[in-house]
Ligand binder design. Structure first.
Ligand SMILES: CC(C)(COP(=O)(O)OP(=O)(O)OC[C@H]1O[C@@H](n2cnc3c(N)ncnc32)[C@H](O)[C@@H]1OP(=O)(O)O)[C@@H](O)C(=O)NCCC(=O)NCCS
Length: 186
């Protein structure tokens, strides 16, 4: 099956490759600002283990994670990720949207641009009914991204021992909105 690659005005979203670990580590997992809400910076070995544990490759019908690169970077360095993780909420399986972006790129709408593209892909290319976001209450940058892509606060929950606000987006809301007509490629 061919790779699912998404293009947005400024970004290319493509599956992770084994050789991405160094860029991803330097730009994301060793970036103190990115890791502030995520239990601190990681060693290179921890980054490798993280990538191995999150090896869901997006395929038609099945969500996964995409590495983010910049269209105008000839080196195509990985500067973040966006996509969906298989999680459990109150003993039910859920798809969690997750995003991280190198801090030098914050404040330009790139995380929102990437998350929008994967939101649209999710509803166009899977039959799943919803996805959620688990957001620490103090992580206002993350809840702002969730709200900009149309997610809404749903409820509070304890996830892996942390009190989080659960945001959610349901297919019906997406299909009934203007979002559905402004999709990404492909
Ligand atoms: C969550 C995270 C990706 C958000 O990054 P971000 O840069 O704030 O988000 P965006 O890229 O969407 O940029 C939004 C900002 O750019 C501005 N902006 C500029 N141009 C924009 C555009 N075209 N579209 C949207 N926003 C734009 C917005 O006004 C906003 O500015 P503000 O922060 O001053 O309100 C980033 O904080 C991060 O990586 N955090 C660490 C990891 C994390 O916590 N992930 C979430 C939990 S998994």
């Amino acid at each position: 099956m061919s790779e699912v690659v998404l293009a947005t005005p400024r970004l290319i979203l493509r599956p992770f490759r084994p050789e991405d670990a160094e860029d991803f580590h330097r730009n994301v997992m060793a970036d103190e600002e990115v890791m502030w809400f995520l239990l601190g910076v990681k060693s290179f070995e921890e980054t490798q283990a993280f990538l191995e544990s999150r090896d869901r490759i997006p395929q038609e019908g099945k969500p996964g994670l995409w590495a983010i690169t910049l269209k105008d970077d000839p080196a195509e360095e990985v500067v973040g990720y966006v996509g969906f993780l298989a999680q459990t909420l109150e003993e039910q399986p859920v798809e969690e949207i997750s995003y991280r972006l190198a801090s030098r790129l914050w404040g330009q709408g790139m995380a929102t641009e990437a998350a929008r593209a994967t939101r649209d892909w999710f509803f166009k290319h899977t039959t799943l009914e919803s996805f959620v976001g688990f957001i620490l209450p103090e992580n206002t940058a993350s809840s702002a991204v969730a709200e900009r892509i149309g997610m809404r606060y749903w409820k509070d929950a304890i996830v892996k021992g942390f009190g989080v606000a659960v945001y959610r987006m349901v297919r019906e809301h997406w299909a009934g909105s203007l979002f559905a007509g402004h999709c990404c490629s492909p």
